[in-house]
Ligand binder design. Structure first.
Ligand code: CA
Length: 152
């Protein structure tokens, strides 16, 4: 199995996400979505096309292959699962940025285990409510990890 680098994964993820809502995907669309320069997009696009995840057509149009769509769908779903997880555990972080960091480092078994947990919570709303009450209680009591970087 040819595993893509985190950076190439992000390009493919964004191209797939963009393709869900737009008929045509252009290199410039992806550059603005990811806020990167055209040369770095071009280099990523070339690598993705060499690996047969997409076809680079005229007028700078990108078309995902079957293989590219399959992986793109996985990458978008993986990101969604992690954002839902951060929501479910009531994390006060920037969920988009944190999911972005986690997705490249967690193994597939861990992400599937998280998915099981989310499904369980979804089907057991009472557990979810109990957990949220517990979070509020701990917060009120000032319980939790003390930040060793802060002297406050
Ligand atoms: Ca990503």
């Amino acid at each position: 199995m040819d595993i893509l680098s985190p950076s190439l994964e992000d390009y493919l993820e964004e191209i797939y996400r963009f393709s869900l809502h737009n008929d045509v995907v252009r290199v410039s669309d992806i550059a603005s979505c990811l806020d990167v320069t055209m040369p770095s997009v071009n280099s990523a696009i070339r690598k993705l096309s060499e690996k047969e995840y997409l076809i680079y057509k005229k007028y700078r149009e990108l078309v995902l292959t079957e293989k590219g769509r399959r992986l793109g769908k996985f990458l978008v779903e993986r990101n969604t699962i992690l954002q839902n997880f951060l929501r479910a555990i009531n994390s006060q972080c920037d969920k988009g940025a944190e999911a972005e960091a986690m997705e490249h480092y967690l193994s597939l078994p861990t992400i599937r285990a998280i998915e099981d947990l989310l499904d369980f919570l979804d089907k057991n709303r009472d557990c979810q409510m109990k957990f949220m009450r517990h979070c509020r209680y701990r917060k009120q009591m000032g319980l939790g990890l003390v930040n060793g970087y802060s002297d406050k």
